[in-house]
Design a protein around this ligand. Structure first.
Ligand code: FES
Length: 69
C-alpha cells in the first residue's frame, strides 16, 4: 500500500482522498474527466491551483495502477 501524502495543501486533500474519489466514479474517458470528478468530490485544486499537476499525476498513477482505460 502506498504511503499517504498531502496533494493539495489549500484544501487538505490527500492521495487517499483522490483515490477514494476515483473509486466512487469509475467510468472515465480520460484523465481530465477524472480530474473534474475528483475536484468536484474533494475540492482539490480550487485554491491557489498550485497542486494541479500533482493531482493529475496522482490520478494518472491511480488509473494506470488499477484499470485500463
Ligand atoms: S495546493 Fe491545491 S489549490 Fe492550493
Amino acid at each position: 500500500m502506498k504511503d499517504n501524502y498531502t496533494i493539495c495543501n489549500c484544501k487538505q486533500v490527500s492521495f487517499y482522498d483522490v483515490a477514494d474519489a476515483l473509486a466512487k466514479h469509475k467510468n472515465f474517458k480520460d484523465v481530465l474527466e477524472a480530474f473534474e470528478n475528483v475536484q468536484k468530490v474533494t475540492h482539490c485544486s480550487t485554491g491557489c491551483g498550485g497542486c494541479h499537476d500533482k493531482v493529475l499525476d496522482a490520478i494518472s498513477e491511480l488509473l494506470m495502477g488499477s484499470e485500463k482505460l
